[in-house]
Design a binder for this molecule. Sequence first.
Ligand code: ADP
Ligand code: MG
Length: 618
Amino acid sequence: MAKISINIATGSLQQEELIVGIDLGTTNSLIAIIHPDTKKPIALKDVDDKVLVPSVIHFDENGNIQVGTTAKDYLIEDASNTIYSVKRLLGKSYQDIVDKNAYFSYKIIDHDADSLVKIQIGEQFYSPIELSSFILKELKERAEHVLKQPISKCVITVPAFFNDAQRQATRDAGKLAGLEVLRIINEPTAASLAYGIGTSINDTKQIAVYDLGGGTFDISILRITEGIFDVLSTHGDTYLGGDDLDKEIVRWIQEKLALSDQQLYADKQGYAALRLEAENAKKQLSYDTEYTFKHSNQEFTLSRSEFEQRIQPIIQRTIQSCEQALRDSGLSKQQLQAVVLVGGSSRVPLVKKMVADFFEQTPYDNVNPDEVVALGAAVQADILAGNTKDILLLDITPLSLGIETMGGLMDVLIPRNTKIPAKAGRQYTTQKDGQSGIRISVYQGERDLVKDNRKLAEFILSGIPSMPAGLPKVDIQFILNADGILQVRARELRSGIEQTVDIKPQFGLTDAEVEQMLLDSIMHAKADIAERSVVEAITEAENLIQLTENFMHKHEAFIVPEERSAAMQAIAVLQEAMQQRDKNAIMHANEELNRISSPFAERVMDAAVAAALKGKTV
Ligand code: ADP
Ligand code: MG
C-alpha cells in the first residue's frame, strides 16, 4: 500500500494523489475524478459506456453478489433476494421505517424496533452498511479498472438532511469497501461546486438546489461565504420522484388497454416490462413531443402535453416544498443568485418550467443532472488533495472522537475531518436498574473497537438517582474549540447532575502516528465491522434475555409451564450462540426467542386492558 501523509492542521494530503468523488444514490450511484490533463471533472464509464450504476444488489443461491445493471434485471423475478433503495435504510432503526415497510419487497428484520435495521437474505443477515459497501466496492473496482491504479481515498455525498447516524453509516460503508472517506459532503454543496459556485474565496452567494431523483425529492437553500457552505433550509419528500412519473404512464397504458388492477399486477413479468417501457417513454418525452405505444395490432400515442397534464400535480408538490424551504431560509426569490437543477428527473421539461416560474429565474441545467453531484464530489476531492491552491482549507480534526459504548464499541461523536470548531451531542442511558454512575471513556481513532483506539480520558458521572434501567437520560456533549481543545460534558437530564472535562486530543501525537492509525483502520475494516456486528447482536440478545426473564418472573400467572420451558430452552440456545460469537446464529436464536416470548407480553397487555375496562361504565 502506498504511503500517505496528512497535514494535521489542514487535513490535506501532502503528496499528489487521485481522490475520487462518489455519489451514492438511492436509485443510481456513480464515481468521478478530476481529469489529470484537462483538470475538469469527469464521471467514469463501464465497458458499455454507462456512467450510472443502478443502486441494486442481487444475491444468487450460491451466495454470489451482483451489483448494478445486472442486478436490476432480478428486481421482479427474484424480488426477495434483490436489494434496492438501501440508502433509505442507512442509519435507521426499524421504528424509523415501520410505516414504509410495504415499500420494500425484501425482508427487513423487525424484532428490535430500536436497533439498526438488518436485512435477511436466505440464511444471512446484512446491515445497510454492508449492502452499501457492495455498491461502493463496485464503483471502486470500476475506477481502478479505468485508471489502472489502486484507489483508496474518496469523498462521498449525502443528502443535506442526513443526520449524524446516517453520515456515520455512510463513512462505515466506505471503510468496509476499502476506501478512506476523507469527507462526507452534502449533495447540494457538491452540485454547487460542480458549477463552480463557491470555489473562490471572496464569493458570497445564496442559491437553491432542486434535486428530483428516482424516488426522492430534496430542495436545499444554501449560503456560501468564503468557501464555507451553510445549509439555510431543506425540505422535500423522501417518497416522491421519477418512479411516480413512470406510474402515471403505466396508468395511461392501463386505461388504453382497459386492464383491471388485477390483470395488471397478476403477470409479474408483464408488469415489470410495462414499468420499464413507461420509464423509457418518460425519458423519450423529455426530448420528443410524442411517444407511441404498440400493443398487438394497436397503437396509442401519448403527447407530451397530456403527460404533463397527468404529472402536473406531482410536480406541484415539489414546488410547495420549494415555497416552504424558501420561507424557512428567510430569503426572497430575488436574493437567490442561482437555482441549480439536480437529479435525472429534472430533465423533464415541465419540471424545468415550473421551477423557473416559481423562482422567477432560469435554472442552471447545463451540467448533466445525474452526474452533477458526483462531479462536484470530485471537485471537493481535488481541493482536499491540495491541487487547487486558491481555495482555503479549514482546520479540521485529523481523527474521529467518540466514547466507548456497550461491548467496547467506539461510538463516534465528531468524525475525522470535521471542520473546527465543532460541537456534537448524543443521549445515552443506563444498563442496570438503580445504576447510580456511568463511566465515560473518551477515545480518538478510526477503529470500531475502542481497544484499538487511543484513550484520551475517562471519568464517572456519579450520583444518578435510582431509576429503572433505560430511564436516565445521559446527554454527552463534545465541544471542540478553535484551538483544538475538546470539552466533554455529561449531564443526566432528569436530575440535572453534570460533569465536565477538558482534553487536548492532539497532545503527543505525531503525523506518522495519525497516518498509521488511518492505515490500520482501512486494513482492519472488514474484521472490525464483523466484530462490531457480533457485539451488537450480543448486546441485543442480552437485552432480550433480560427482558424475557424479568417478564416471566413478574407475570408468572400468565405463563403456562410449557411456555416457560420453551422460553428457557430458547434462551439456552441463544446463550450458546453468544458463546460461539456467531452473528447469524445469534440472530436466528434471537428471532426464535422473540417469537416465543412476544405473545406473553400481548397476553398481559390484553389482561390489563380487560381489567381497566371492567371498572368502567360505558
Ligand atoms: P437518485 O439520485 O435518486 O439516485 P437519479 O438522479 O439518478 O436518482 O435519477 C433517477 C431518475 O431519473 C429515474 O427515475 C429516471 O427515470 C429519471 N431520468 C433519467 N433520465 C431522464 C430523462 N431523460 N427524462 C426524465 N427522467 C429521467
Ligand atoms: Mg441523487
